[in-house]
Design a protein around this ligand. Structure first.
Ligand code: GUN
Length: 291
């Protein structure tokens, strides 16, 4: 039976640390950290995520600014808003929720964010530094950073481990792979064209699933004793559930419990870590602005 890696417990520790440091700033007469969240369009999952992020800010003593724009917003208007937030000293972090609606140029928007306020770590300079040896990004993307902290605080040995990342997205798969390399794991990145996917996954000491396919990773994809980190958040129909749906990860959790050495649940694994890391990044941005 696998050990359950409880992301909520670790995330709560980090949130408490952020709240404590934020209160200490206030007592020292320093500016309250501020996070501006920008949400364009009406993607229902994005609305849920942004609401959770704003609520978490308020609980940690971080000021939350919120901009909700219609999907028809022109590129120039979005970039003007980003420029205004770049110039606002009360805003230390800028988060533009992804994905953006069709027609908007994501890369240009991300590039417009002041890198000292890039608390999502998606600015091309921050991501580029992550991909280079000896270069330090100012901020790490929240979900990948959350995965790493979860592994580290759970005492998982990464040095020399065979790590397999399932998925190569800009938001999770690719930056997680880079962070695992930095932690001296030997990393394989799998994607839709990977041959012998099951066998490759079954060779992993550490398996990170981030493809967005409900319960794709089955029992025989997992090496006995492996550490399984499930980043997937998928809503599936379930007539027995009160709402008629429920959330599942990319891993068939019940099966995986029998074979994995440790595993993150969905919900309650990586999700809470993402929010905690965003708060930590916002506090770091406020500290950067002091100096
Ligand atoms: N969409 C999915 N995850 C994220 C995230 O961490 N940040 C932003 N901005 N958008 C996302």
């Amino acid at each position: 039976m696998a050990t359950i890696l409880d992301g909520k417990v670790i995330a709560d520790e980090i949130r408490a640390e952020v709240a404590e440091k934020t209160a200490a700033r206030k007592a020292a007469g320093k500016r309250q950290p501020g996070l501006a969240a920008v949400l364009v369009g009406d993607d229902p999952a994005s609305h849920v995520y942004v609401k959770m992020k704003r609520k978490a800010c308020e609980k940690a003593g971080i000021q939350s600014f919120y901009y909700e724009l219609p999907a028809s917003t022109p590129q120039a208007e979005l970039e003007t808003l980003v420029a205004k937030l770049n110039a606002d000293p009360a805003v230390h972090g800028i988060l533009v929720q992804l994905p953006l609606p069709k027609g908007l140029d994501e890369e240009r928007v991300l590039q417009a964010i002041d890198i000292r306020k890039d608390v999502d770590g998606f600015h091309p300079l921050n991501i580029g530094r992550l991909a280079q040896k000896g270069r330090e990004p100012l901020f790490l993307p929240a979900t990948p950073a959350g995965v790493m902290v979860l592994l580290q605080r759970s005492g998982v040995k990464l040095e020399g481990a065979n790590a397999v990342v399932l998925g190569r997205s800009n938001i999770v798969g690719m930056p997680v792979a880079l962070l695992l390399i930095e932690a001296n794991a030997t990393v394989t990145v799998c994607h839709s064209r990977t041959k012998n996917l099951k066998e490759v996954c079954a060779s992993a000491d550490v398996l990170v699933a981030a493809v967005g396919r409900p319960e794709m990773v089955k029992r025989d994809w997992i090496k006995p004793g492996a550490v399984v980190i499930d980043v997937g958040v998928n809503r599936i129909d379930d007539p027995t559930a009160e709402k008629g749906t429920r959330l599942v990860g990319d891993v068939a959790y019940e099966e995986a419990l029998d074979v994995a050495g440790a595993i993150t649940p969905v919900p309650g694994g990586v999700g809470p870590m993402t929010i905690a890391m965003l708060l930590a990044n916002t506090l770091k941005a406020a500290e950067l602005a002091d100096s």
